[in-house]
Design a protein around this ligand. Structure first.
Ligand code: A2P
Length: 329
C-alpha cells in the first residue's frame, strides 16, 4: 500500500506513524504530509528519515490510503480531492463524522459499516471511542437507554500547542496559549467551541457520535472538561439500561470484550488512571457500582490513551479492516 499520513508532523500523526510501524501495516511507500511550513523536514519511519511533502504533491502521488489528522478545515477541503484521486481517506477530524454517506467506525463494534464506503471513512472523537468501547457489550446485553457522561480530558487532545502551554506553565515560562485560561493547577469546563444551546461541540460530538455508532435510541448528555493531564482521557459515566443487570455479569461482559480491560479492585487501590493507559491500546474500565438512587442504572469509570485507541490506533485498525476485506482501491 502507498500510505499518506496527513498531519504527520502533529501529535496524532506522529502516533499514527508509530502504530503503522508497530502493527506491521503493509506500507510499501509512506507519504508524510503536512502544511507548507513543514515541507522539507523529515519524519522517522522504520529506521529511515522520510521527507515531508505538501498536499498537492500527495494527491498527485495517488496514495491507496490516507490517514488524515490535520484539523477539520484541512479535511473538509482535501479529503474529497484525495477520494477523487482513488484514495480511501480515514479522517480523524470531526468534519465528516455525521455525514450520512460516511461510515463512523470503531472496528470492534461496527466494522460492517465500512461496506459500501465512498472513499471517506470517519474516525470518531477520542472521548466517544472509549465510551462506546465500554457501552457496546452492555448495550447488547441490557439495552442502554440513557447515558450521563463527564469527561476529564488530557491536553494532548488539543494538539502540540496545548501540551506546550501546560509544560510552559509548569516551568514558569511565558509562551503561546492554546486555551483562554491557565490549564496547570486548573480545570476548564470547555472543550472545543460553544454552540448556541450552551453545550460545547465536544459534548454534542459525544452524544451524536455514540448514537450513530451504537444506536440512535440512546440518549446521551455530556459535560466535557479539560484537566492538567498530558495524555489519557477519563470519563465518569452513569448508564441507565432497559433491562435489570447483574453486576457480576457486567464484569465478565467487560472483561471479555475485545480491546477492553477490567481494572477494578478498589480494595487493592486498583482502578483505571491515565498513567496506566499511557502508550497502550486497551480501554480501561473500573469503579463498577450500582447507582443506589435508581433501578437498572450503573456507574463506571473509563480511561484510555486518547492519542492511541482514541485516535491513531483506531484509524490504523480501520485501515486494516479495509485491507482485509478488500475494500480499498
Ligand atoms: P505543520 O506541522 O506543518 O503545521 P497538532 O494538532 O498536533 O498541532 O498537529 C496538526 C498537524 O496538522 C500538523 O502535522 C500540521 O502540520 C498539520 N496541518 C495543519 N494545517 C495544515 C494544512 N493547512 N495543510 C496540511 N497540514 C496541516
Amino acid at each position: 500500500m502507498k500510505v499518506a499520513v496527513v498531519g504527520a508532523t502533529g501529535l496524532v500523526g506522529g502516533v499514527m506513524l508509530k502504530v503503522l510501524e508497530e502493527r506491521g501495516f503493509p506500507v510499501r511507500e509512506l507519504l508524510p504530509v503536512a502544511s507548507a511550513r513543514s515541507v522539507g523536514s523529515t519524519v522517522h519511519f522504520r529506521g529511515k528519515d522520510v521527507p515531508v511533502i505538501g498536499m498537492e504533491e500527495a494527491v498527485a502521488a495517488r496514495p491507496d490510503i490516507a490517514l488524515f489528522s490535520a484539523g477539520g478545515g484541512t479535511s473538509l477541503e482535501w479529503a474529497p480531492r484525495f477520494a477523487e484521486a482513488g484514495c480511501t481517506v480515514i479522517d480523524n477530524s470531526s468534519a465528516w463524522r455525521m455525514d450520512p454517506n460516511v461510515p463512523l467506525v470503531v472496528p470492534e463494534i461496527n466494522a460492517d459499516a465500512l461496506a459500501g464506503h465512498q472513499r471517506i471513512v470517519a474516525n470518531p472523537n477520542c472521548s466517544t471511542i472509549q465510551l462506546v468501547m465500554a457501552l457496546a457489550p452492555l448495550h447488547r446485553a441490557y439495552g442502554v437507554q440513557r447515558v450521563v457522561v463527564s469527561t476529564y480530558q488530557a491536553v494532548s487532545g488539543t494538539g502540540m500547542k496545548a501540551v506546550q502551554q501546560l509544560e510552559d506553565e509548569r516551568q514558569g515560562v511565558q509562551g503561546d496559549k492554546a486555551y483562554p485560561h491557565p490549564i496547570d493547577r486548573n480545570v476548564i469546563p470547555a472543550c472545543d467551541a460553544f454552540s448556541e444551546d450552551g453545550y460545547t461541540k465536544e459534548e454534542l460530538k459525544l452524544a451524536n457520535e455514540t448514537r450513530k455508532i451504537l444506536d440512535p435510541v440512546i440518549r446521551v448528555t455530556a459535560t466535557a472538561v479539560r484537566v492538567p493531564v498530558t495524555g489519557g482521557h477519563s470519563e465518569a459515566v452513569n448508564v441507565e439500561f432497559d433491562k435489570e443487570y447483574d453486576l457480576a455479569e457486567v464484569r465478565s461482559l467487560l472483561a471479555e470484550a475485545p480491546g477492553v480491560e477490567l481494572v477494578d479492585d478498589p480494595a487493592g487501590n486498583s482502578y483505571p488512571m491515565p498513567i496506566l493507559a499511557h502508550d497502550r491500546d486497551a480501554v480501561l474500565v473500573g469503579r463498577l457500582r450500582r447507582d443506589l438512587t435508581q433501578e437498572r442504572t450503573l456507574n463506571l469509570w473509563i480511561v484510555a490513551d486518547n492519542l492511541r485507541k482514541g485516535a491513531a490506533t483506531n484509524a490504523v485498525q480501520i485501515a486494516e479492516v479495509l485491507v482485509e476485506r478488500g475494500l480499498v482501491g
